[in-house]
Design a binder for this molecule. Structure first.
Ligand code: ATP
Ligand code: MG
Length: 608
């Protein structure tokens, strides 16, 4: 491609809304054009990277026998009503009406549609397993579209769906797909990690995310140094109290025979204040959190839920959600109860609520205790009276008998932190924290959707059974943004070779009157093209400085500079963008005019 005839112009300034480096550089390098919040055009050079990444994905899926389809973006509401997700998706889904007042949505994901395809054709176990995938735009009305195409409202996703007759089949498929994902991100030359992810009601080891590591990542990942275990912080299990006692020396206190008593704690508002005032470590104070949720079965009703966790911890909302899902709720929302409502319900400010005393309403509410609360002795909690706390609380003696059996078993509700031992690691090595960008997600769905969508088959024994499904996503456009996030320097992008728009940028320094230099550069360009090298030729009538600046910004992996001086010296400047090593290329062809010799040298350099 000759830049003189290309649709291309770089920007000097970062767009005002560009908070992260990938958004800044991709906007300045003319890769993206914004039209509205989370709505972008992909410009010509970006398209080349996009197609390369799509190719890698297609090749790896071809290798494991996936079949590509294309499902409609415009989806009738009936399918979504059948699965129960028409209401459940909430405001995230773009809904629209046709001229006959029929309801439709723009597909945010396609489990419903793929079930509609499969159920019309599959009847017998003999037709299983298989996997279908597509790469199409998805639509999500994100609360906060941001970071350019990292979180768009229209974005390109690869979404795949596997269909198996039994759990073993699904497990095998899942592992195979997980390996294919690793190959895809390796081939795209990204520094990534596969992490255990929250899987809500389905639970177990049935969901993993793939994260590209980058400072600007929205997700926090906890992994052990040796990476034998990595998990999204939403999922990462806290070290159980026996383990923190043993490995970190955490003192959970001694059993006390004293009865609990009320003490005045005026002006002690935070856990820290209370802990200092009462001389009890924060981890032996009991923190109360009041939330409310909406269950899909009662969509018009909000239901309260109370969680008690140790004072030094913060609540992990995803874990609380998972516990509720396990209890059979299908959550439409889960959020802290507004303080005024807490006061109405429990006649007490949220900061003073505790598990003992107070109104009976407190015992009627669904309640969960973190495992650490169960392990704590001689603890402190709110007295359900403003300005007072209870001391010498023995949880098993004073608290648990007040609650129904189900609530008495401790659960893991807290957010794990860097430095605490990882319970999944064979030697319980400590967690270290990293930031990540979620570029892929794989999930063993089981029969949740196939049951709801009546996607069944007949087993060998003649019985009818719901097909076991897995679903698999890759944020294709987000992956490219994260590649830029991970590969850049002060001057611009440093594309990984595998997904760069071009392999080499040819820059001519020829002045208008240097016909022989122009002719020479032209002939290199033509020869490279003929040899199948993807070359971007900067033949514009601009200063060398301006051309180099643009080349740095665009980040093509290699640059070859052709000017009068180089030709006379018999040496052309060959630059590796990533480390800006100037490797003056000695090219025999320059002197002799033997383009083939020059090409050979170049090919060798490009293979480096
Ligand atoms: P997130 O937690 O980032 O909102 P998600 O978990 O809702 O994403 P999935 O439903 O798992 O997303 O979608 C599969 C993949 O699609 C994600 O792993 C991500 O890479 C990509 N993706 C999701 N939402 C967006 C978006 N708004 N813009 C660009 N890519 C997205
Ligand atoms: Mg996800």
């Amino acid at each position: 491609m000759r830049l003189s005839t290309a649709f291309f112009a770089t920007l000097r300034e970062n767009p005002r809304d560009a908070e992260v480096v990938s958004h800044q550089l991709m906007s300045r390098a003319n890769l993206l054009k914004k039209h509205g919040a989370g709505i972008y055009s992909y410009m010509p050079f970006f398209m080349r990277s996009l197609l390369k990444l799509q190719n890698i994905i297609r090749e790896e899926f071809e290798r494991i026998g996936w079949q590509e389809v294309q499902m409609p973006i415009l989806v009738p509401a009936e399918l979504w009503k059948e699965s129960g997700r028409w209401d459940k998706m909430g405001p995230l889904m773009f809904k629209l009406k046709d001229r006959k007042e029929g309801d439709y949505c723009l597909g945010p994901t396609h489990e419903e549609v793929v079930c509609d395809i499969v159920r019309s054709q599959v009847t017998s176990y003999k037709q299983l397993p298989f996997t279908l995938y597509q790469m199409t735009n998805k639509y999500r009305d994100e609360i906060r579209p941001r970071f350019g195409i990292m979180r768009g409202r229209e974005f390109l996703m690869m979404d795949g769906y596997s269909f198996d007759k039994d759990q073993e089949g699904l497990d095998v498929n899942y592992d195979k797909i997980s390996e294919a994902y690793c190959r895809i991100f390796e081939r795209a030359q990204l520094n990534f990690v596969r992490v255990a992810a929250d899987s809500g009601a389905i639970g177990g080891d049935s969901s993993h995310e793939f994260h590209v590591l980058a400072q600007s990542g929205e997700d926090l990942i906890l992994s052990t140094e040796d990476k034998t275990y990595a998990a999204n912080v939403e999922k990462a299990e806290c070290a159980p109290p026996e383990m923190t006692a043993k490995l970190l020396g955490t003192d959970w206190g001694q059993e006390t025979s004293k009865a609990f008593e009320e003490v005045a704690t005026p002006n002690a508002e935070s856990i820290d204040d209370v802990s200092k005032l009462l001389q009890v470590p924060a981890h032996r104070t009991i923190k109360t959190l009041v939330y409310q949720f909406v269950d899909a079965k009662k969509p018009k009703e909000t239901q309260p839920v109370v969680a008690y966790i140790a004072g030094h911890r913060s609540l992990n909302e995803v874990k609380l959600g998972a516990v509720l899902q396990k209890a059979g709720f299908s959550l439409l929302s889960l959020q802290p109860m507004p303080p005024e409502q807490v006061k109405d319900l429990f006649q007490c400010a949220v900061g003073s609520i505790g598990p003992i005393g107070g109104p009976e309403a407190l015992r009627k509410v669904r309640t969960y205790f973190d495992r650490e609360i169960i392990a704590t002795h001689d603890a402190v909690c709110g007295a359900n009276k403003e300005g007072y706390h209870l001391v010498h609380v023995e949880v098993s003696r004073d608290v648990l008998p007040l609650y129904v059996e189900g609530a008495r078993k401790g659960v893991d509700l807290s957010t794990a932190v860097e430095g605490e031992p990882c319970p999944q690691h064979p030697e319980n090595k400590p967690y270290t924290a990293h930031r990540g960008i979620e570029v892929g997600h794989i999930f063993k769905l089981g029969d949740v959707y196939s049951k709801a969508m009546k996607t069944v088959f007949t087993e060998e024994n003649g019985k009818s059974k719901a097909i076991l499904m897995g679903c698999y996503g890759i944020g294709v456009t987000r992956t490219l943004a994260s590649a830029v996030e991970q590969n850049n320097d002060a001057d611009g992008i440093c594309w990984p070779k595998a997904i760069a728009p071009y392999q080499i940028q040819l820059v001519t320094l020829a002045k208008k009157d240097e016909a022989d230099v122009i002719a020479y550069a032209d002939s290199i360009y033509e020869s490279l093209k003929a040899a199948g090298v993807e070359v971007l030729y900067d033949d514009r009538d601009l200063s060398p400085g301006a051309k180099f600046k643009d080349a740095d910004l665009l980040g093509i992996p290699y640059r070859l500079v052709v000017g009068q001086r180089g030709i006379s010296a018999g040496e052309l400047e060959f630059v590796v963008r990533r480390n800006r090593e100037k490797s003056a290329l000695k090219i025999s062809g320059v002197a002799s005019g033997d383009i083939q010799a020059l090409l050979k040298d170049l090919q060798r350099a490009l293979e480096q």
